[in-house]
Write a protein that binds this ligand. Structure first.
Ligand code: ZN
Ligand code: ZN
Length: 128
């Protein structure tokens, strides 16, 4: 084997090793990137779930509050405190009165005369 062939062989071996290392490094980078992306996605999904949970809880709390606000005496219309079953003024039964859509039953917002969902008339109803 001549000197040139020896050099050539050595160079070919070195080149092969360098190529393998480069491929391995690239694969590592891709793997790391993929792992990061997955972790990010998991984090984002968790954040979104927590955000949605918070919104739902807030909506439920607002609904409960509205329910309490709507508690009045059936006989004299006096507003009742939470948990009160009978009127402190006249002994009448406490009911929950709500303005609702006569057609679809949707709870009406302040100032609504007709239902924005179905166009039905808003009426006051005893719902409990
Ligand atoms: Zn009363
Ligand atoms: Zn409606």
């Amino acid at each position: 084997m001549g000197l040139f062939d020896k050099l050539k062989e050595g160079f070919t071996q070195w080149l092969g090793k360098a190529k393998d290392e480069a491929v391995e490094k690239a694969a590592d980078t891709v793997r790391e990137k993929a792992e990061e992306t997955v972790e990010d996605a998991v984090d984002r999904a968790r954040e979104k779930r927590e955000e949605e949970k918070k919104q739902k809880e807030e909506a439920r709390a607002a609904e409960r509050q509205a329910q309490e606000d709507a508690r009045v005496c059936e006989a004299c219309g006096k507003k009742a405190a939470p948990g009160q079953k009978f009127c402190s003024e006249c002994g009448g039964k406490i009911v929950v009165r709500r303005r609702v859509c006569a057609k679809c039953g949707r709870y009406a917002q302040e100032g609504e005369k007709f239902c924005p969902e179905c166009g039905g008339e808003i009426v006051e109803k005893v719902i409990e």
